[in-house]
Design a protein around this ligand. Structure first.
Ligand SMILES: Nc1ncnc2c1ncn2[C@@H]1O[C@H](COP(=O)(O)OP(=O)(O)O)[C@@H](O)[C@H]1O
Ligand SMILES: [Mg+2]
Length: 358
């Protein structure tokens, strides 16, 4: 089942204003311009949960950033067996729902487990699993065993409790100004923000206080380069100098992007010293067949062998497509259907993501 989203309480007035701002006199009129029915639209505006895809569509139509608008229940992704086993679309934040990427995890944790910590880039298309991988890096080593799948590896770091992790989503408008971003980093590191919280003071506070291994995860760095004039060359160069000269090997950045960081810098007219510090690049695409089988085997109802093979072939082991096809099959199995009609629906549902496959 697709996950649902609802408007965060602090945004309910904002979404109503957005309706007027975009020239729609009423919810009924607005409804004529979008796919979801009026009942869904009414639920959206009154803060009730609606289907994830409709939520995105409505936000897009109203010019709202859906990530900001949504109530952040992703952090509370269900951790028990009764919950929907598939997450199709939203990044995975709970380690027990994350599968595979063993090779990349090994390489990435190798860069983080010794001094000096080293920087890395994660490159992959939209919906390839970049954000999920960043969340996994941040959470896996400190998640208690009872919240993991049996046998799920978590001992990647010798002293995980000493690590500090900062997650920055550059698609979040609050991260798109210098001050907003610097304050977020300081707050995540439990350091007091100086006044004014400018680049110079930020550098001083961090270089004086950072004494344990720290990893700053920069998700969708391309957005920062393309759309945020305040995040200019001076800004990135200061971060580079912080990593290389002022934090005694305790700081590393891991970024994610659809393109390589140096190309990205080049294409967006930035000089690239900051982007040259990313010595290792993980390219993420499909899971291995074994990893994909593990995902399918985690289901509450076992699938017939021929369905497993059909799903592996048609998804080409791509995690999002796997999740979509498994969701369709599980749904029909739960309904007691024993024909192949679900395959047509599955193929239909995965069409939107055809560009993920070769
Ligand atoms: N390692 C994984 N295990 C299981 N599902 C995954 C994994 N990585 C990605 N997915 C699936 O792909 C979808 C998109 O992942 P996401 O991390 O948001 O991609 P990106 O950030 O690259 O756009 C998720 O909703 C989930 O269904
Ligand atoms: Mg993402």
């Amino acid at each position: 089942m697709a996950r649902s989203l609802r408007v965060a309480p602090e945004y309910t007035n904002k979404v109503k204003l957005a309706l007027r701002r975009n020239g729609y006199p009423s919810q009924t009129k607005f409804c004529e311009h979008i796919t979801p029915a009026i009942s869904t639209v009414k639920n959206f505006f009154s803060g009730k949960a609606i289907d994830y895809e409709y939520f995105l569509e409505i936000c897009e139509k109203l010019g709202l950033d859906w990530r900001e608008t949504a109530y952040k229940e992703l952090e509370n992704q269900p951790t028990n067996g009764e919950a929907s086993p598939f997450i199709t679309g939203a990044p995975i934040t709970q380690p027990r729902y994350f599968f595979g990427r063993e090779k990349e995890l090994k390489r990435l944790f190798n860069l983080l487990k010794r001094h000096p910590l080293q920087n890395a880039a994660i490159i992959g298309k939209k919906c390839s699993g970049k954000t999920s991988l960043l969340h996994y890096l941040k959470n896996i080593t400190t998640t208690p065993a009872e919240k993991l799948r049996p046998g799920q590896k978590s001992d990647w770091l010798p002293h995980p409790e000493t690590y500090q992790w900062v997650f920055v989503d550059l698609q979040d408008t609050r991260m798109q100004s210098r001050e907003g971003l610097l304050k977020h980093i300081l707050a995540s590191l439990k350091m007091k923000a100086p006044t004014p919280c400018d680049l110079e003071n930020f550098m001083d506070v961090v270089s004086e206080n950072l004494s344990s291994p720290t990893v700053i995860l920069l998700d969708e760095i391309g957005v920062g380069l393309q759309r945020c004039p305040e995040l200019d060359d001076t800004f990135w160069e200061s971060l580079r100098s912080l990593v290389t000269n002022h934090t005694r090997g305790n700081l590393a950045f891991i970024l994610s992007s659809p393109e390589s960081p140096t190309e990205l810098a080049h294409n967006t007219g930035h000089s690239s010293p900051f982007f040259n510090i990313f010595g290792y690049t993980a390219y993420i695409e499909a899971l291995t067949e074994l990893e994909a089988r593990e995902l399918i085997a985690s289901l509450p109802i076992p699938f017939p062998d021929e369905d497993v093979e059909w799903i592996l072939t048609h998804s080409q082991c791509h995690p999002l497509i796997l999740q979509i096809l498994c969701r369709e099959r599980l749904f029909t199995l739960e309904e007691g259907e024993n024909n192949d009609n679900w395959r047509e629906e599955g193929l239909q549902q995965m069409k939107r993501f055809a560009d993920l496959l070769h």
